[in-house]
Design a binder for this molecule. Structure first.
Ligand code: ATP
Ligand SMILES: Cc1cn([C@H]2C[C@H](O)[C@@H](COP(=O)(O)O)O2)c(=O)[nH]c1=O
Length: 685
């Protein structure tokens, strides 16, 4: 039997009357007790920690370098508005260009060299190039050095990425990659703070010196990074098998292109993600001259840069939790429209303090869009084409970045500074602000197109949705394993589909636990008898709700959680939605009370997906003859239950798979499998 990706061994677990075949051992609880996703646990690995410090410093240096080089390019260009924009556009474009032209080649080179020495030499060479820029002191050399530094970075990056799997155990690889991403983008904020501090402190002495100092600090970060890598002896040369062909950028683009263009939702996502990046890039590309127009200089640029990236980090980190009840598709499109509004705000409000606040909001919206777009891609794209699609998105994003960074400053330069007289009053407009306004309109239009193509709650006003969803936690998703609930009215086919699902999952090599509510535990069996036995008769509705809740508490603690912790796919035949539908709507209880009690009883544990089998109650009850205490409730009761299930699903379409349960068994099973396939834990790695 195969085990999921993160697993070294399989162990069998059996729980009460339920069926748990064999579940993966996600980590050795004796020597390495922290869960696989624990970021601090990855940092406890000495070799990785040192490499992480090194690439954190390199990233910091990279961002300071970007800020300092654009400032220096602007200084070289002098007071000419057009020349300044062209110089800055040149620097930004040349930073992205090498990745477009020689990205795949760089990976190929990195695979053939000793990784540790590649990184050490790469850091020292980058430091040396940076030092030469102020020493040579010409715009031409600045541009040439920018390309050379970028080429070295292109080889350094894959050497680092390829080293990580050799330094951390398999099950910690995802956390290590997450940390790498956070560090790469998160270091932009401290870099902006450092750059601003350097320029604010030293500018009164000498303006040119302050930028040069920032460049020397940047060079120093690379030297320290090289020294940190010297101590990581575990990094070596690539194994022979890693010398296999890497797909070229063009092959990746072509393969991804045909899938993306043929799938409307994915097409909308890719356009939107590129739009979110372009919105951020416009601010970075135009920020230098924009702050100059506001009279804020280098410190102002550092602040604006930090504000966009700070907002981006906040959006990525908090937006999904803050708007947890909002459908991901709506969050994605709303983020994009918000970025457009932010850009328009920057263009129209010419005051640095307010501009900074707007930049944070713009970054937040772009971050929200970016992260929900990536999540949606992960959910919507099947596993077998997901790698290519993500590679395509990355290539598309790089291309959009290069074009935006190049075109925006050139457009601003071409527009220039103008003052026009309108009815006796003079109005000044600058290229940077005007270009931002054009980009704002484009981002807004892209957002609206994405909204129209992807809205999954047509007819429900956005503001009502937003108000309802703000700050409401959706519950806690399991950290390991996969949790699936089957819901629906009487006789909808939940037991039938659960059994078919278990069979299919086992064929996929998954470890599966099939369980149900009420009655999966010893206590649950007793409770089931009480609530379903017609002899129980009428009981208080609150008592009924509490009996079902007690069954859930025992079920979650003693059956579901242990299996999920062990990495199993857990399928439950009924869960919290049944309580919300039967007790919250079928009975006369307040559904928010029922929700509160059930969240508490289940420790807020939420399934990753709920499959709702929808069937008119008459058809479902017609599938069998005998009636228990609940089945024998009135037709109205069962109608209310059905409506409640459907409303729950309509409020969060991304969380539900709603199926017409009158279809035949095989068709239903096929639809369930298609939805679950991309969500399954990897097996057999
Ligand atoms: N798609 C289907 N079409 C027709 N009959 C079905 C279908 N699926 C299941 N059945 C039949 O309907 C009956 C009820 O099915 P099942 O027990 O799977 O439903 P359930 O939702 O688990 O019911 P309950 O609400 O009682 O738990 C069974 O006799 C089953 O064989
Ligand atoms: C979990 C749960 C269930 N019910 C009701 C729904 C059904 O009528 C029975 C369970 O019977 P099944 O044949 O196992 O489906 O209990 C409920 O009212 N509240 C709940 O939380």
């Amino acid at each position: 039997m195969a085990c999921p990706a993160v697993v070294g061994a399989c162990v069998g677990v059996s729980v009460g009357a339920t069926r748990l075949r064999s579940v993966p051992e996600a980590y050795d609880p004796l020597t390495d007790p922290a869960p696989a996703h624990d970021l601090r646990a990855v940092l406890r690995i000495r070799a990785f920690r040192r490499l992480w410090i090194a690439f954190g410093l390199s990233s910091l240096g990279d961002w300071i370098g970007l800020l300092a080089l654009t400032a220096m390019a602007k200084a070289f260009a002098g007071d000419d508005y057009q020349a300044a924009n062209f110089a800055i556009g040149g620097v930004l474009f040349l930073r992205v260009l090498p990745a477009l032209v020689m990205g795949p080649v760089a990976g190929w080179v990195a695979d053939r060299l000793d990784r540790r020495w590649t990184m050490i030499v790469g850091d020292l060479v980058r430091a040396a190039f940076f030092v030469t820029i102020p020493l040579v002191g010409t715009l031409t050399w600045l541009l040439i050095a920018t390309v050379l530094i970028e080429v070295v970075s292109l080889i350094w990056g894959p050497a680092k990425d390829a080293s990580v799997p050799n330094l951390v155990p398999r099950h910690r690889l995802e956390a290590a990659n997450q940390l790498s991403l956070i560090t790469t983008y998160g270091s932009a904020l401290p870099a902006a703070v450092l750059f601003t501090a350097i320029t604010v402190i030293t500018r009164p002495l000498d303006n040119d010196l302050s930028i040069e100092l920032a460049i020397y600090v940047n060079a120093a970060t690379f030297v320290v990074s090289a020294l940190a890598i010297v101590s990581v002896a575990e990094i070596g040369r690539a194994d022979g098998h890693e010398h296999e062909d890497h797909p070229t950028l063009w092959r990746t683009m072509i393969e991804g292109w045909s899938y993306v263009t043929g799938t409307p939702v994915v097409r909308g996502l890719v356009v939107g993600i590129s739009g979110a990046f372009a919105a951020g890039a416009v601010v970075i590309g135009l920020g230098r001259t924009y702050v100059e127009d506001l009279g804020a200089g280098d410190p102002g640029y550092g602040v604006l840069f930090g504000a966009v990236f700070g907002g981006l980090a906040l959006g990525m980190g908090f937006a999904p939790r803050l708007f947890s009840g909002l459908s991901r598709r709506r969050l994605f499109a709303a983020g994009l429209v918000g970025s457009g509004i932010g850009l328009a705000g920057l263009a129209l409000i010419q005051q640095i303090e307010i501009a900074t606040m707007i930049a944070v909001a713009l970054g937040f919206c772009a971050g929200a869009s970016w992260v929900s777009g990536y999540t949606l891609l992960g959910l919507e794209v099947p596993d077998n084409v997901r790698g290519r699609t993500f590679a395509f998105v990355q290539s598309a994003v790089r291309t959009v970045l290069a074009l935006t960074l190049a075109v925006a400053p050139f457009a601003a330069g071409a527009i220039g500074r103008h003052t026009v007289s309108l009815g006796g009053r003079s109005l000044t407009y600058n290229g940077a602000a005007t270009t931002m306004l054009i980009a704002a309109v484009l981002a807004g239009v892209l957002g609206l197109i994405a909204w129209r193509q992807m809205d999954d709650r047509p007819g429900v006003p956005f503001w009502r949705d937003l108000q309802r969803s703000f700050g409401k936690s959706p519950g806690v998703y399991p950290a390991t394993g996969l949790f699936i609930a089957l819901e629906g009215g009487e006789g909808a086919g939940k037991s039938t589909q659960s059994a078919l699902l278990v069979k299919w999952l086992e064929e996929q090599g998954q470890q599966v636990l099939l369980t149900r509510e009420p009655g999966a535990t010893d206590l649950g069996k007793k409770l089931r008898r009480i609530v379903l036995d017609p002899a129980t008769g009428d009981i208080s509705h609150r008592a009924e709700a509490l009996l079902y809740a007690a069954d859930k508490a025992e079920h979650v603690d003693s059956v579901i959680k242990p299996a999920l912790k062990a990495g199993a796919v857990v399928i439950t035949d009924r869960y919290v939605d049944s309580a919300l539908a039967y007790q919250g709507s079928g009975r006369d209880l307040d559904s928010s009370d029922v929700e509160r009690v059930n969240r508490w009883a289940t420790d807020d544990l939420r399934p990753n997906l709920t499959i709702l089998l929808d069937l008119p109650p008459k058809s479902g009850l017609g599938r069998f003859e005998e009636r228990d205490r609940i089945e024998s409730q009135s037709a109205d009761f069962h109608e209310r239950v059905r409506t409640a299930f459907l409303e729950l699903a309509a409020a969060e379409p991304q969380h539900y798979l709603v199926l017409d349960a009158s279809l035949d068994r095989a068709q239903l099973a096929q639809q369930i499998q298609a939805r679950l396939l991309p969500m399954l834990p990897k097996v057999g790695l």
